[in-house]
Design a protein around this ligand. Structure first.
Ligand SMILES: *Cc1c(COP(=O)(O)O)cnc(C)c1O
Length: 397
C-alpha cells in the first residue's frame, strides 16, 4: 500500500484511495455469515463507479436514494429487480423514470396514489414496496414521529382501500445506522419480522422484506468492531423461522458503510509549514473541503464534548486517525488546510513524525460518507482525485 500511495501522490496533492481487496473481504464476510439474507448496497455512501461495479459484480443489489442513483446502478450493471428506490419526496418525474428501472419503495400515502395514477395512464399494474414507520423504535419500545415512511397503523388502515393499478409486494424499514451492539440489532430484527407478520396477515404474501441498515463499523480505537459471525448466527435464527413459513420472501439487509467505510483512505500532501506564537502549523491540501468529517468532528466536540452521533456527518470522538509514511522523531503539530477560513482544522496538538513539504498525511475510515459529503466547490480549489486500487494491483484513476 505504501508504494501505491507514493506513486499516486506524484500526480495528486490530495486523493481518495479505495481498496477493492478490503471491499470484497467485507462482502464475503456478510455473504458467508448470512446465508438466508440478500444484501443491498446503499449507493449514497459512495457512488464511485469503480466501487459500484466492483460491489455489484459480487451479487449485491442497490439501495438507491435518488433517481440518479437508480440510473447509476443501472449503468453499472444492475437490472430492475436488483434496484430498490427508497427516498422521501420523489417527484412525478422521478417516479415516471424510475418505473421500469427500479422497484419503487413508496414513502407516503400520497406517493402511493401518484404511482397508481401513473400506472393507470400506462395501463399497467406497478408492483411496489412501502417504507413503514413501525410501532416500535430502534432503542425504545415506543414508536417515534418520522419524516420517513408511513406510520404502521395508518398503513394497515389504508390497506382497506383499493387502488387498481398498484400491488404492494414489499416492506422496507430503516430506523438507524452505525450500531455496534449485537443485542440492539437482534431486538430490531425480531421486531421487523413481527411487523412483517402483521402486514402479511393483511396482504396475503410478501415478495420482499427489507430490514434496512444498522450494522456499524469501528471508527475510533475505543469502538469494538461488531462480531459479524455471531450477528450472522443470531440473524439466521430470526430470519429462518420466517422463511420457513414464507419460502418465497426475499429478505434484504442494506449496508453502505460496512462494505466500504474502512477500505477508503484520504491522502493529503503537506503544502507548507510554519510557526506562530510557539505553535507549529502543517498546512495541507484540501482538508475541510476535501474530506469534511474530521473538521466537523472537531467543531462539534469543541461546542459540546458529550455530543452524540449525528450520522452521517458526525460519529464521535477520534473517529479518524492521522498517520504518515515517515518514520522520524516526532513533534507536536496542528493539522490545518489551505482554505481561507479558520475552521479548516483537522487536528490540534497531535504528535507526528517531523513533516516537511511534500510529505503525506493519511486519514482512515474515508470510504463512506466522505467524498460525497465534502464541500468541494468551496473556494474553487482543485478537487481531490478518486483512485480505485484493483485486487490485482491495477490503479484506476
Ligand atoms: C443511508 C441509508 C442506509 C445506509 O446506512 P449505512 O449506515 O451506511 O449502512 C441504508 N438504508 C437507508 C434507508 C439509508 O437511508
Amino acid at each position: 500500500m505504501k508504494e501505491v500511495i507514493e506513486k499516486i501522490s506524484k500526480n495528486y496533492d490530495s486523493f481518495y484511495l479505495y481498496d477493492e481487496k478490503g471491499i470484497h473481504k467485507s462482502i464475503e464476510n456478510l455473504i458467508k455469515n448470512f446465508p438466508g439474507v440478500d444484501f443491498l448496497y446503499s449507493v449514497k455512501c459512495n457512488p464511485n463507479r469503480q466501487v459500484l461495479k466492483s460491489i455489484f459484480s459480487k451479487g449485491i443489489g442497490a439501495d438507491a436514494a435518488s433517481l440518479n442513483e437508480v440510473l447509476l446502478a443501472k449503468e453499472c450493471g444492475l437490472c430492475k429487480d436488483q434496484i430498490y428506490y427508497s427516498a422521501p419526496g420523489k417527484t412525478i418525474k422521478d417516479l415516471k423514470i424510475a418505473m421500469g428501472n427500479a422497484t419503487i419503495i413508496a414513502d407516503s400515502l400520497s406517493e402511493i396514489e401518484k404511482i397508481n395514477s401513473i400506472a393507470k395512464e400506462r395501463k399497467t399494474i406497478e408492483k411496489i414496496g412501502v417504507r413503514i414507520n413501525p410501532n416500535f423504535g430502534f432503542y425504545q419500545k415506543e414508536k417515534t414521529p418520522s419524516k420517513f415512511g408511513i406510520d404502521e397503523d395508518e398503513f394497515l388502515n389504508f390497506l382497506n382501500e383499493t387502488l387498481s393499478n398498484i400491488k404492494i409486494v414489499g416492506i422496507h424499514v430503516h430506523l438507524h445506522s452505525q450500531e455496534l451492539k449485537i443485542e440492539v440489532l437482534e431486538n430490531y430484527y425480531k421486531q421487523v419480522i413481527s411487523l412483517a407478520r402483521r402486514i402479511k396477515a393483511q396482504i396475503g404474501s410478501i415478495e420482499f422484506l427489507n430490514m434496512g441498515s444498522g450494522i456499524g463499523i469501528n471508527y475510533s480505537q475505543q469502538d469494538e468492531a461488531i462480531d459479524i459471525e455471531t450477528l450472522g448466527v443470531i440473524t439466521e435464527q430470526i430470519v429462518q423461522e420466517f422463511k420457513n413459513e414464507n419460502a418465497k420472501t426475499k429478505i434484504f439487509i442494506e449496508t453502505g458503510r460496512y462494505l466500504v467505510g474502512k477500505s477508503g483512505y484520504y491522502i493529503t500532501k503537506v503544502l507548507d509549514k510554519k510557526k506562530s506564537c510557539g505553535q507549529t502549523y502543517i498546512i495541507l491540501k484540501n482538508t475541510l473541503n476535501g474530506f469534511i468529517r474530521p473538521s466537523i468532528e472537531r467543531m462539534v466536540l469543541e461546542k459540546n464534548p458529550n455530543s452524540s452521533s449525528s450520522e452521517p456527518l458526525f460519529t464521535g470522538k477520534n473517529s479518524f486517525s492521522f498517520s504518515t509514511l515517515k518514520e522520524d522523531s516526532t513533534e507536536v503539530v496542528n493539522l490545518v488546510g489551505n482554505l481561507c477560513t479558520a475552521t479548516d482544522v483537522i487536528a490540534e496538538n497531535i504528535e507526528l513524525p517531523i513533516l516537511e513539504e511534500g510529505d503525506l498525511i493519511i486519514i482512515n475510515n474515508a470510504g463512506s460518507y466522505a467524498a460525497v459529503l465534502s464541500p468541494m466547490q468551496f473556494s474553487s480549489q482543485e478537487k481531490p482525485g478518486e483512485i480505485f486500487l484493483r485486487k490485482n494491483g491495477e490503479i484506476i484513476e
